[in-house]
Design a protein around this ligand. Structure first.
Ligand code: URA
Length: 423
């Protein structure tokens, strides 16, 4: 094939055949198709979309570009969760050990944060000693002994996606349903899980803000998973407001441990429990007492075993930032707005996230909220606390937060985008 012909086909709203897509992905992975050409193709797909069959072919070709993991030697069923990313989304941390406490294996391959959404590995790395890199053998042994593993995806899984995603990131072609769906599902199918629950976000803090688009993304991903033999379901969840009270890294670990101890914020508990139910149902446990395992310490035991198995000390002190800045309410009233995206950007500017892949994150940096939309507040009471190692970061974070929250009067509409979990 001639890559320029394929680009012209997509530019002119044509359809690519299975052999054409296989060739394109293989040639791009090997370096025969240049980044400039793949960028043009990504933009043509962004603008003109893809047919169902093309999305399936792209996903399968990206899986075929690397290795596939295999868990059939385990004596337990496997299940996994993927979130499309949000602000304060630490759900994987309590969820993986909670599900594992029912004797199910959770092989959770996770990523690092880029931009305003945090990364699960960055959060866990605030625990002294904890390591994200495991060999395939170590991962299997831990799945067998503990049940839950949260570790870095090796570069061997869907390498074509790694290359394409980096390109999309710098060419304005991320927010595209065929490309997002094939990117996420190629990695999850290659990971070898038997079942998968997708947490697809909508709202201001999500990749795709419009709920109708999020629904289409969810349907596309469920179809890809099901066609590849992975039992897949999706929940559509609200990302207009940060999840929980903690946005950052170490503070999100603290909040997750509260959930595992039977407490924690209502929204984090609700989503953790809902996703656990879905995962356990796919693994054959339809009436698991999910809340019971949060109350009686079984989920906490699995957390401690999971952290220790990866070199972490579950009892270690987590890092605390050198500097704090408290923002208080300027009047009595009701907090009617707290937008996820600006709070995510502010936490990122405080040092909790990274601008470039190679940058380190500051584990103690972030934001602790003291009120959530709908809460009554009094003048002078703290609304949220910014934490950073360098006080110079506060100004840029506060700039991001201008207009991001509002105190209204009793009876005003609360702009939280509706229920946490959509129908
Ligand atoms: N996450 C991914 O892995 N891929 C995308 O395209 C978007 C989010």
């Amino acid at each position: 094939f001639d890559v320029v012909d394929l680009i012209r086909t997509k530019r002119d709203r044509g359809t690519l055949s299975t052999p054409q897509i296989d060739w394109l992905v293989d040639a791009y992975t090997r370096g025969y198709v240049a980044d400039e050409q793949m960028s043009a193709m990504a933009m043509a797909i962004f603008l003109n979309g893809m047919e169902r069959e093309e999305i399936r072919d792209l996903t399968l070709a990206m899986i075929a570009s690397g290795e596939r993991m295999e868990f059939s030697s385990l004596s337990k069923p496997t299940t996994d969760k993927h979130s499309t990313g949000g602000v304060g989304d630490k759900i994987t941390l309590p969820l993986a050990p909670l599900v594992a406490s029912f004797g199910v294996a959770v092989p959770q391959l996770s990523g690092r944060g880029l931009g305003h959404t945090g990364g699960t590995l960055d959060k866990l790395e605030s625990i002294p000693g904890w390591r994200a890199r495991l060999s395939n053998d170590e991962m299997l042994a831990q799945l067998d002994a503990v049940g839950a593993v949260i570790c870095a995806a090796g570069s061997g899984l869907a390498p074509a996606d790694g290359k394409l995603y980096a390109l999309r990131d710098i060419t304005g072609t991320v927010e595209c349903i065929p490309l997002i769906a094939s990117s996420i599902m190629s990695k999850k199918i290659a990971e070898g899980t038997a079942s998968l629950v997708l947490d697809v976000k909508f709202g201001s803090g999500a990749f795709l803000k419009d709920p109708a688009q999020s629904r289409e993304l969810a349907e596309t991903m469920v179809r890809l998973g099901t066609d590849a033999g992975v039992s897949t379901v999706a929940l559509l969840t609200n990302m207009n407001v940060p999840l929980g009270f903690a946005i950052g890294n170490a503070n999100e670990v603290r909040e997750s441990v509260e959930v595992l101890a039977g407490g924690g914020p209502a929204d984090v508990v609700e989503l953790t429990v809902a996703l656990a139910r879905e995962m356990l149902a796919l693994a054959g446990q339809l009436d698991a007492d999910v809340e019971g395992h949060l109350r009686d310490g079984k989920a906490m035991d699995a957390w401690r075993a999971m952290i220790s198995a990866q070199g972490g000390d579950p009892d270690a002190e987590l890092p605390v930032a050198r500097e704090q800045h408290v923002v208080t309410a300027d009047r009595d009233g009701v907090l009617v707005e707290q937008q996820a995206l600006p709070f995510g950007i502010a936490a990122w500017r405080l040092g909790a996230g990274r601008a470039r892949k190679e940058d380190p994150v500051q584990h103690a940096a972030g934001i602790d909220l003291h009120a959530k939309p709908g809460d009554r507040v009094r003048a002078g009471e703290p609304l949220f606390t910014l934490s950073a190692d360098e006080p110079a970061r506060f100004d840029r974070a506060l700039e991001a937060l201008e207009g991001a929250y509002r105190i209204g009067d009793e009876g005003d509409e609360v702009l939280d985008g509706g229920p946490l979990i959509a129908d």
